[in-house]
Design a protein around this ligand. Structure first.
Ligand code: ADP
Ligand code: MG
Length: 393
């Protein structure tokens, strides 16, 4: 792994891709966690005498400079968190002669932030011109934005292919958590997959079936499996065009002789609405007019038992529509089981991570990935372009 341990930083202009894609409302940052998580790398580079130039995207401005996506509020927040001045190099094209001059004036131990990289249409297309222009600003490159590593953009792949490059401390932490799982997991190895759609998780299902000792399928996704088994699922979310796939997957699972857990009971209601009347029913008794929005307590019990015997647990995707009460209980039950387990526990996926944070159980997990899509692709067994490019540089 090419980490900051190998980088010669003193006196160099270091371009650092961070993930400052924070949630904002009316120009105010509503959750600064991503900025906080980037501090370790930034502080280390400043302490080592680097001239630090930060790059990030924010939201989806689609290649245009749009004020509501400006990183200016982030620069202010970062200054507050670092306790040092942060120069915001405002430029609608992100890089220009003016920006080059500003960067040229930076001194050792000073830090600047460029404008939202996605203001430039070259970013998401990884265009040569934009990549070259960005690269001309610095001597070395550090990628610390795990959440975009599954994409090949100018600010990651474009820069890593032009400058000597290193992985930042945050990405290093992500890879150190995932590597043992991908290469040689402690067994029994249990995967819990949930969330909205089978179609989002085909890759991960297919890949994990060959790796794990046990597989749990929950969330809306489980109803496609239940229907494929011939059960009535009412108007639960079912992907009709994935029924055959679900059957194939279940055959494959049976061949592998791994433990397989589907819901045995579910929480049903008329519609997905806060505080609506709901009841727990066995999966054989789902009313035609109702829909399942969560797993039931018996299912939680079975999952908890399996978790208690596991040495490695990977969890991706909530067990129910947890944003809407009372359909948060299944997700909470799984989170509690993981919190109590001695297994090495890794959470991937944006919504599952959010659920654990809401429950205040972050500290009980071994690793909560900062990258939803990127962690999914790792668990699918794919290489991430943003990381491969650094390793090759
Ligand atoms: P992650 O981001 O962790 O990978 P997904 O994006 O795949 O998870 O799925 C999360 C979404 O799935 C949540 O918005 C949740 O409300 C929804 N969901 C889970 N179970 C159900 C269900 N039974 N019915 C409707 N929506 C569900
Ligand atoms: Mg999601």
């Amino acid at each position: 792994m090419k980490t900051l341990d190998q980088a010669q930083v003193k006196g160099k202009t270091v371009l650092v891709r961070v993930d400052f894609n924070v949630p904002m409302k009316d120009g105010v940052i509503t959750d600064d966690r991503r900025i906080v998580q980037s501090l370790e790398t930034i502080e280390e580079l400043l302490d080592k005498g680097g001239k630090v130039v930060l790059l990030s995207h924010l939201g989806r401005p689609k290649g245009e400079a749009r004020e509501e996506f400006s990183l200016k509020p982030v620069a202010e927040k970062l200054a507050e968190l670092l306790g040092r001045e942060v120069q915001f190099l405002k430029d609608d094209k992100v890089v220009s002669d003016q920006v080059k001059t500003w960067v040229g004036e930076l001194k050792e131990g000073e830090v600047a932030l460029l404008e939202n990289t996605r203001f430039n249409p070259g970013e998401e297309k990884n265009e040569d011109d934009f990549g070259k222009n960005l690269a001309s600003l610095g001597d070395i490159y550090v990628n610390d934005a795990f959440g975009t590593c599954h994409r090949a953009h100018a600010s990651n792949v474009g820069l890593a292919s032009r400058l000597p490059s290193y992985l930042g401390r945050l990405i290093e932490k992500e890879l150190k958590a995932f590597q043992p799982i991908l290469e040689d997991p402690q067994r029994p190895y249990l995967a819990i997959l949930g969330g909205a759609k089978v179609s989002d998780k085909i890759g991960i299902l297919n890949h994990l079936i060959d790796q794990v000792d046990g597989l749990v399928v929950v969330g809306a996704m489980a109803f496609t499996f239940l229907k494929a088994m011939g059960l009535e699922t009412g108007h639960s979310l079912v992907e009709e065009d994935k029924l055959d796939l679900a059957r194939d997957l279940m055959e494959k699972i049976a061949d592998r002789e791994i433990e397989f857990i589907l819901p045995v009971d579910v929480v049903v209601a008329k519609e997905l609405k806060e505080g609506i009347a709901s009841k727990v029913v066995p999966i054989e008794e789902i009313d035609k007019d109702l829909a399942g929005f969560d797993i039931g307590p018996e299912t939680v019990k079975r999952i908890a038992l399996s978790v208690s015997k596991a040495a490695t647990v990977v969890w991706n995707g909530p067990a129910g529509a947890f944003e809407t009460k009372p359909f948060d209980k299944g997700t909470e039950g799984i989170a509690q089981a993981l919190a109590e387990s001695k297994a090495f526990t890794v959470i991937g996926g944006g919504d599952s991570a959010a659920a654990i944070q809401e429950l205040g159980l972050e500290d009980k997990m071994d690793h909560i990935s900062t990258g939803g899509g990127a962690s999914l692709e790792l668990l699918e067994g794919k290489d991430l372009p943003g990381i491969v490019a650094v390793e090759r540089s």
